[in-house]
Design a protein around this ligand. Sequence first.
Ligand code: HEM
Length: 425
Amino acid sequence: MADTGMTLAEEARAKAYATPLDEFQVHDIGHFTSDTLWPWFERLRKEDPVHYTADSEYGPYWSITKYMDIVACESDVARLSSSQKHGGITMFEPPEGSDPEQRSEARANFIALDPPRHDAQRKVVAPIFSTPSLQEMEPLIRSRAAAILDELPIGEEFDFVDKVAVELTSQMLATLFDFPFEQRRILPKFSDLLLSGPADTLEENQARQAEMFMTLNLFIPLWNERAARSTGGDLISLLANNPATHGDHNPQNYMSNIILLIVAGSDTTRHSITGGLLALNQHPGEYAKLRANPALLESAVPEIIRWQSPVAYMRRTALDDIEMGGKTIKKGDKVAMWYVSGNRDDDAIERPNEFIIDRARPRQHAAFGFGIHRCLGQRLSEMQLRVVWEEMLKRFPVIEVVGEPTRLTSNFVKGFTKLPVRIPA
Ligand code: HEM
């Protein structure tokens, strides 16, 4: 409850509807840490779905907030670029004076490339996300999930993010990379460091850089060993043995795809695991339905992912003038496609503001993007969420959320750093 006697959500709604549209700053990280982003996007969808923010810490940018407009943007690969050389997929600008090489396509990973280089590199790692490969991985993911759950304390409070979500996703990443299992926790740590906002001091920044550098260094001997072996179906072997991705075996060139896969695989699934538990606690009727019928996981998993939308937006850069929603996006403009808003668009999704684990078309959502960059890990993350929930439901009728979540300080990845829970004795 805020000072006004209104709840935080009511206060945010009043503010969002009282603020002139040209003063909107939907990217404001405060909206994300307090979970008050919803009325701002709701108003844009209704009144100004293709919205221009003239001034922000990222400079001017467009917000695409309706589901079908996001689909249209993602289909227009020729005019809306993901390329690192135009600025890549986030709104951040490189710090002044930073190495221009960082913008070179040779150093970009494939999420930040346009065709044809994007397509050639994506194809290299696609086999590990295929149905047979996922089927092969599932028993291992299940046994590792079971081992984590069997160790959880009963009757006492613990942090679900640390003990379950991060642990499970580190194990999955270690499996995908065939990375030393005992060192797995440095993988999500790397992702946290990379995505954390600007450091407070120069020393802190240097310390972070050093830690990230150390993590990446661990990949070099693994890469050399897998390149020499030239078989192997893990991600490092796939990348190291294909000319489209091996970058002349120069770490400066090949490391970017390793970074992409660490970050893409670590945060998204982790926040969906946590977001699912929070949503089920906030909707006890849905939790009861799932307990009574675990087969509902088939639709509950995509609903959890829609509800969480762990990737809030992706950016594109206009390579030409584009007409959309009666506006002209000018060549060179930055465009943010807000998946988090598209997932609450009632022209595309029925009763989008309700969490319904058995909705009729649960896969009608924008959380994985669309088109040529559509998430490669979609089925892997869905499988992981299903397996984790199957194993949790078998063991614990309920895991209670016993305090407020702490949300990530980010408007790009929408997630949590802490969620206090207890398993009743
Ligand atoms: C709930 C979990 C996940 C969500 C919501 C998610 C979401 C996304 C989104 C929004 C994109 C960009 C799509 C676009 O631009 O159209 C993306 C791309 C990607 N994701 Fe995921 N992701 C998830 C899990 C994973 C996992 C587990 C992996 C792998 C370990 C992964 C690997 C990738 C890769 C490699 C790309 C780049 C694809 C490309 O550019 O062609 N993702 N993901």
